[in-house]
Design a protein around this ligand. Structure first.
Ligand code: NAP
Length: 243
């Protein structure tokens, strides 16, 4: 049987990297990264060892013009595309809304909302029946992240609404679209937002008493992509330990 090809954005660390490593025995992989080439190459090496054919694609998703060329590369590297994990995303430093600047909000919207919509648009031109898209939202879309990341939460809320529209649009074509809401997950994203101990500090406040791991989110993503979820579309799955 022909192996399916999966595109994962932000596959150089955290949830995207864990998803790529867990997917490798079953999927060929188009792995996107931006600044962390070493991380992407380490993931690619592990995935190749697990049997996957792997291509690497660098794109700064803050720039919408980077997206079409990335898909040209993917087309050259793989015969077809069967799935997308729209995962790349950023937080900014924690700040109240009164301190937001035009630059901060524009960057947040570009990477966390404009880019996944345009990546989904390119994917929708290529995916066929049996394919699936998983959009990586956040529990922040439920909480609003007051005093810290209201901009981030707003982009994730927007991504969930987009996910709903896309799911309805593509269902007649046999393409499933879902979103996932990780809670507090141990990845590098917290340090990038200036709070390296965030997952350790907030873990005990979660009903399950701990932060989650990138692998726990990856397993849920892979289930949503799989034929085991063949009647699941237009839904959002919380992977947040009850938070
Ligand atoms: P992470 O380890 O920081 O990974 C983020 C990924 O996004 C990296 O591969 C990074 O690529 C990529 N990225 C960042 N800026 C980019 C840009 N301008 N252009 C292209 N790619 C860019 O974070 P993570 O925790 O795994 O986050 C993955 C997703 O989960 C995000 O959408 C995040 O919002 C969501 N999430 C995370 C948590 C959590 O607690 N960790 C909770 C809820 C939702 P490079 O490093 O190569 O630049």
């Amino acid at each position: 049987m022909t192996r399916k090809t999966l595109l994962i954005t932000g596959a150089s660390s955290g949830i995207g990297a864990a998803t790529a490593r867990l997917a490798a025995p079953d999927y060929d992989l188009a792995l996107h990264y931006n600044g962390n080439r070493a991380g992407a190459e380490a993931v690619a090496s592990d995935a190749r060892s697990a049997g996957a054919r792997v291509s690497l694609h660098r794109a700064d998703l803050a720039d919408p013009a980077s997206i079409a060329p990335m898909f040209d590369e993917i087309d050259a590297a793989h015969p077809a595309l069967h799935g997308l994990v729209n995962n790349a995303g950023v937080v900014d430093v924690a700040a109240p809304v009164a301190e937001f600047t035009p630059e901060r909000v524009a960057r947040m919207v570009a990477i966390n909302l404009t880019a996944p919509m345009l990546v989904a648009a390119q994917s929708a031109r290529r995916l066929g029946p049996g394919a699936a898209i998983v959009n990586v939202s956040s529990a922040a879309a439920r909480f609003g992240s007051p005093g810290q990341y209201a901009d981030y939460a707003a982009t994730k809320g927007g991504l969930e609404v987009f996910s709903k529209g896309l799911a309805q649009e593509l269902a007649p074509k046999g393409i499933r679209v879902t979103a996932i809401r990780p809670g507090i997950i141990e990845t590098e994203i917290h340090a990038k937002g200036g709070l390296p101990d965030r997952a350790a500090r907030l873990g005990p406040t979660v009903p399950m008493g701990r932060a989650g791991t990138a692998e726990e989110v990856a397993r849920a993503i892979l289930w949503l992509l799989s034929d085991s979820a063949s009647y699941v579309t237009d839904t959002v799955l919380d992977v947040s330990g009850g938070r």
